[in-house]
Write a protein that binds this ligand. Structure first.
Ligand code: SF4
Length: 389
């Protein structure tokens, strides 16, 4: 089996390999280092390097993989351990966690984001069920690092069993509480969490730190604990596979980074035919992938869609920051054989430093005015990324 480990799995530039062709590597070995902003990348398997190009290191994995791994170097400094382990935000763009946590929260708070917000994804809830105490320990570590006096776990009440398990796990800690998020998308957006928990409205582009809060995803919390307690680098990923696959929804925990998407679909019994595109991520924010794509530190979902319907009409598209944006909607229309004659965005989206950001995620307005605009421009049908039309 070959494992293809991408040299960019995080915010920042591409990493530089520190191994050579034909080198033998051991599971957990450091194989690529960042140039500036970024994170260490380690081998997820033991084996031999069979290819290195500008984007990936390919490793022929030994048939029998060891249970152990090369540990990151010892340190009493938690941030150093997190950095060495290559921990990045597992639920988002992959921002390096040691940089995010390198702050002092004066009377501030840490929030574990347990929203698992995208529909169909369930691996975060599975992880909580497997070891709720670990999540609480991770929250304690982040509170210690940042100096926060209080910690919260933000979760949707529909996830009853994980909620109960977390409730048991926090019972001896007076400074940790569970808070409910609304059962809606995008409740897991950091600005929505800050609004729901603290009543603070952050402007588009403002970070949680401006509300004196650090928000950390469930899987990132677990990787922090593993780095601190077991000196374990980030070499695996949890994810959910769903859609047009024979097994029905399947949650995978601890999949080696670099595993091919095709092998996971095969593990689910293969496709239900006919099938359409493979989406990497959730249904709202996921991107088009392929069988040749691989699991990275931020892959959360593999969704196999229905084939696109054939529709050659003239379309208008209406983008949303938290759902499908104009480029994704345009690609959907083109895949259907249609033509985009007009494109616009939700009226709450504003330009912030050249990027369109939502003013109030989840407080979604009617879009009658935008629909009229698209129709006036010749749209016979409209594809929307927004929650309301
Ligand atoms: S307000 Fe508009 S841009 Fe923001 S989440 Fe709702 S539909 Fe999307």
């Amino acid at each position: 089996m070959e494992i293809k480990i991408p040299l960019r799995q995080h915010v920042g530039g591409i990493n530089s390999p520190i191994v050579k062709l034909r080198d033998k590597v051991y599971k957990g070995q450091l194989i690529a280092v960042p140039n500036g902003l970024g994170a260490n990348i380690h081998s997820s398997v033991s084996g031999e390097i069979v290819d290195i190009d500008d984007e990936n290191i390919t490793i022929k994995a030994l048939p029998n993989q060891p249970d152990d791994y090369i540990k990151i170097k010892e340190s009493n400094d938690y941030l150093e351990l997190i950095k060495e382990a290559g921990v990045v935000g597992a639920g988002g763009a992959g921002f390096p966690t040691n940089i995010k946590l390198n702050t002092k929260l004066e009377s501030g708070f840490v929030v574990v984001n347990a929203a698992e917000c995208e529909p169909l994804l369930n691996h975060n809830m599975a992880r909580i069920m497997e070891d709720p105490d670990l999540i609480v320990r991770g929250l304690k570590y982040v509170m210690e690092i940042t100096g926060a006096k209080k910690g919260y776990i933000a979760i949707k009440p529909k996830n009853k069993e994980p909620l109960i398990e977390l409730g048991k796990a926090i019972k001896d800690y007076e400074n940790i509480e569970i808070k409910y998020l609304p059962n809606m998308y995008p409740a897991g957006d950091e600005r929505v969490i800050i609004r729901e928990l603290f009543g603070i409205i952050l402007k588009p582009g403002q970070l949680p730190l401006e509300a004196n809060v650090v928000v950390t995803n469930i899987e990132t919390i677990r990787n922090i604990v593993l780095a601190i307690e077991e000196r374990r680098p980030v070499i695996t990923k949890d994810l959910t596979v769903d859609g047009r696959i024979k097994s029905g929804e399947k949650v995978f925990l601890n999949i080696p980074i670099g595993t091919s998407i095709k092998s996971l679909i095969d593990n689910c019994g293969g496709y239900i035919e006919p099938h359409g595109e493979i989406i990497l991520g959730g249904p709202f924010m996921g991107k088009t992938g392929s069988e040749d794509s691989v699991v990275t530190k931020t892959t959360g979902g593999i969704l196999v869609a229905l084939p696109f319907p054939n529709d050659s009409r003239k379309f208008g598209v209406l983008g949303c920051e938290c759902g499908a944006q104009v480029d994704r909607l345009t690609s959907i229309v083109e895949n259907m054989g249609g033509e985009v004659v007009s494109a616009t965005n939700c009226k709450r989206m504003k330009d912030v430093n050249g990027r369109l950001r939502c003013e109030e995620p989840g407080v979604c307005p009617g879009q009658a005015e935008k629909i009229m605009y698209l129709k006036k421009n010749g749209a016979e049908a409209i594809v929307v990324g927004t929650c309301e039309t």
